[in-house]
Ligand binder design. Structure first.
Ligand SMILES: Cc1ncc(C[n+]2csc(CCOP(=O)(O)OP(=O)(O)O)c2C)c(N)n1
Length: 567
């Protein structure tokens, strides 16, 4: 069949199984859009800002575990995508970003809407391509998906000059390449797994440190089973939340800057730390020299570069977490769980250091109480997205996540503006699932224009819940605690009426009156109605997310509620 570069790319995306494609058109990508018009398989989702399109694709990829695609034009379209690409890189999300480029004859001439997208994306992609010839698409497109999904997942960019989109190529059906996708990584040697089994066998106080890599590897059930057989407490990073149910007796909570005190105490006592798909991020470890001071460290990661990057492990195992855990479990046959005294001690620590919050009846809209109320009011399999700030940390601390891929948040880059478009992408990719976007009044404004996209899909069950404290709350908190209460640029002098704003976009909007006698009842009523909505919830402006490890401090130096109460 005779293709243009544009129609060939569509054909190859269809063969990849792509059905949803968020993006925004523009001059340099118009031949692609023209060909897209003929696709019966791919539904284009018209975002209102390319960053929104990138985060919609991320929402799809985070929910399904498969690479999702977004598209933008050259120049400003491409630069608007950069944040979403960098975000995918830091959180290891498989993403294929397609950008239009000026015709090859104009590259390097400062042509209209020309930027060096290839150059700009070198440091923030796993790999990137500038397509020079239409025939290269046959190799590049499947390879882009293979790179995005294999090993440590990540973003891949395909920059496509306009003349390549219009160039013609005849390809027989049987000459079309097989779709790309995840390839099996090199197997970790048996000897390393034997050594790990021995370390675990000898340990008296083992702790498992779960990272987002467990979810990426679809290994949550295996990691939980290891915890059970070892009777080992589990600490989770932000992006590992959901890999083990919050109610599981092994789960100690999130570690790190806003982690639970119990995680830090148990890590301090551990004699063996097994990190799985975790990268010893500074937000998780606090002052590295004082992190887990008594423990021998073993580290499983698919990315060899992570082994020893921050902490030198006694044993590093490179490979797929699911494969390694399965083989490790075979070495721990079902028998009486060991270390049961250690697990009981962990439970005591957890009980002794609960999350501080006022009684729900006294302060129903305290963010911890509100998160627990919302989790109870929404279906158990609700997908939660957040933006970045205090609200994000409250959700991480208080939402009882039960399953992997139910908590989508920008962990590594910490991008305000992630929540709404990620929620739209998640809802599109997981039809029938409820999606709650917990946002802050600062963050929501960063991609508020995507309410227009949501209005295009009014039946999507996306509820945006604005924890509205009239502030950049996490900034205000740091200024209170570490900058002598000098509140520079963290209070909003004015703020929009988010309910009215939602309605202006065509989305149902609710504002919970500050004087409501039953604010939780009002919220439940708004959530019970079908379709997309925004619920603006006013809350107290000076509540802090605690505990908190001061930036640069050791995890045991947490600021707790009682420190401030007596200060
Ligand atoms: C794009 C971007 N700009 C700036 C920041 C720095 N930052 C981190 S949290 C925060 C405040 C967030 O405010 P809001 O969304 O209202 O949430 P709150 O902390 O009040 O819950 C800021 C400005 C960021 N993370 N991302």
């Amino acid at each position: 069949m005779n293709y243009t570069g544009a129609s060939l790319l569509i054909k190859l995306l269809e063969r990849q199984g792509i059905e949803l494609l968020p993006g925004i058109p523009g001059g340099a990508i118009l031949p692609f859009y023209d060909a897209l018009h003929d696709s019966r398989q791919i539904t284009h989702i018209l975002a209102r800002h390319e960053q929104g399109a990138g985060f919609m694709a991320q929402g799809m990829a985070r929910v399904t575990g498969r690479a999702a695609v977004c598209v933008a034009t050259s120049g400003p379209g491409a630069t608007n995508l950069l944040t979403a690409i960098a975000d995918a890189r830091l959180d290891s999300i498989p993403l294929v970003a397609i950008t239009g480029q000026v015709p090859q004859a104009l590259i390097g001439t400062d042509a209209f809407q020309e930027v060096d997208t290839y150059g700009l994306t070198v440091p923030i992609t796993k790999h990137n391509f500038l397509v020079r010839d239409v025939a290269e698409l046959l190799e590049i497109v499947p390879l882009a998906f293979t790179i995005a999904e294999s090993g440590r997942p990540g973003p891949v960019l395909i920059d496509l000059p306009k003349d390549v989109q219009t160039a013609r190529l005849t390809v027989a059906d049987d000459a079309l390449p097989a779709p790309g996708g995840r390839t099996a990584p090199r197997a970790c040697p048996d000897s390393a797994i034997d050594q790990l089994a021995q370390l675990l066998e000898n340990a008296r106080r083992p702790v498992l440190y779960f990272g987002g890599g467990i979810i990426a590897a679809n290994a949550s059930h295996l990691a939980r089973e290891l915890a059970r057989r070892l009777a080992a407490p589990v600490v989770c990073t932000l992006n590992a939340l959901g890999s083990i149910p919050a109610g599981d007796p092994h789960f100690m909570g999130m570690l790190g800057m806003h982690g639970t005190r119990a995680t830090h105490l148990i890590l301090d006592e551990a004699d063996l730390l097994l990190a799985i798909g975790a990268r010893f991020d500074d937000r998780a470890t606090g002052k590295v020299a004082e992190f887990c001071p008594r423990a021998t460290i073993a580290h499983i990661d698919i990315d060899r570069a992570e082994l020893g990057k921050i902490k030198t492990p006694a044993l590093g195992l490179e490979g797929d977490a699911a494969d390694i855990l399965e083989r490790l479990l075979a070495r721990f046959p079902e028998k009486e769980p060991r270390h049961s005294g250690w697990l009981a001690h962990a439970a005591d620590l957890r009980a002794a250091h609960p999350l501080h919050h006022p009684a729900p009846a006294a302060e129903p809209l305290h963010p911890v109480n509100l998160c627990r109320f919302l989790a109870g009011a929404l279906p158990a399999d609700t997908i939660v997205t957040t933006d970045v700030g205090q609200h994000q940390m409250w959700v991480a601390q208080a939402w009882p996540f039960r399953a992997p891929r139910t908590f989508l948040t920008s962990g590594g880059l910490g991008t305000m503006g992630f929540g709404l478009p990620a929620a739209i992408g998640a809802a599109l990719a997981a039809p029938g699932r409820r999606v709650a976007c917990i946002s802050g009044d600062g963050s929501l404004l960063m991609n508020i224009q995507e309410l227009a996209t949501l209005a295009d899909h009014p039946h999507l069950p996306v509820a945006v819940l604005v924890f509205n404290n009239a502030q950049l709350g996490l900034v205000r908190q740091q200024q209170e605690l570490f900058f002598g209460r000098r509140y520079a640029a963290s209070h909003f002098p004015t703020g929009p009426d988010f309910a009215a704003l939602a309605r202006a976009f065509g989305v149902r909007g609710h504002r919970i009156p500050a004087t409501s006698p039953d604010p939780l009842g009002d919220i439940a009523e708004a959530l019970a109605r079908p379709g997309a909505c925004v619920i603006d919830i006013p809350m107290c402006g000076n509540t802090n997310v605690l505990p908190m490890v001061p930036p640069g401090g050791a995890n045991l130096q947490t600021i707790e509620h009682h420190h401030l109460a007596t200060a």
